[in-house]
Design a protein around this ligand. Structure first.
Ligand SMILES: [Fe+2]
Ligand SMILES: [Fe+2]
Length: 153
C-alpha cells in the first residue's frame, strides 16, 4: 500500500530537520527551480520521491544519508535564471557541495549524491542513494515543468 506523504515527511524531519530549518535552506524559498516551484519545494519533493522509490523497489538504503543528500542536492543558493558563473547544469552540483560542506557535516554518500545528481551530465553516481536521487530529481523536474505548462494553458 502506498504510504501517505506525511509518513515520509516525518522521516525527513527526523534525519534532516536541522537542514530544513537552516537559514540556507530557508533562503531557497526565494529561488525558483522550475516554473513556479521554488528550490525549497523542489528539494523537498525530490526527497519524498527518493523515499518513495526506495520503498517501492524495496531497496536497502542509508536512509539518513539519502534524506540529507537529497535535501542538499540543489543547495547552490542562487537563482539559476539570473546571470552566474559557468553553465548551470554542470556547475551547480559543485557549488551545492561547497555550500553544503560549509553549513553541514556531509559524508561520502551525500557528497557523491550531490555531485552526480545531474548524471549523465557530470559525475557518475557511485552508490545506490545517488542513483535513486538521479531518478527522483528527473521525475520531479518533469512533473514541475508539466504542472507549469498546464497552468499556462
Ligand atoms: Fe540540480
Ligand atoms: Fe534538483
Amino acid at each position: 500500500m502506498k504510504k501517505p506523504t506525511s509518513d515520509y515527511m516525518a522521516v525527513i524531519e527526523l534525519h534532516g530537520g536541522d537542514i530544513l530549518l537552516s537559514d540556507g535552506m530557508q533562503s531557497e524559498k526565494q529561488f525558483m527551480q522550475h516554473g513556479t516551484t521554488s528550490t525549497f519545494s523542489h528539494s523537498l519533493a525530490v526527497t519524498v520521491m527518493c523515499l518513495r522509490i526506495a520503498a517501492a523497489l524495496r531497496l536497502k538504503t542509508h536512509e539518513r544519508e539519502l534524506v540529507r543528500g537529497a535535501l542538499l542536492h540543489d543547495y547552490c543558493l542562487y537563482d539559476w535564471h539570473e546571470p552566474h558563473k559557468g553553465l548551470h547544469a554542470f556547475s551547480h552540483p559543485k557549488a551545492a557541495l561547497e555550500n553544503a560542506r560549509r553549513d553541514f557535516e556531509v559524508g561520502k554518500i551525500e557528497q557523491n549524491m550531490i555531485l552526480s545528481h545531474m548524471w549523465p551530465l557530470g559525475k557518475l553516481p557511485r552508490c545506490r542513494e545517488s542513483f535513486i536521487l538521479c531518478l527522483a530529481d528527473k521525475l520531479c523536474a518533469v512533473r514541475e515543468t508539466f504542472r507549469r505548462k498546464k497552468k499556462e494553458q
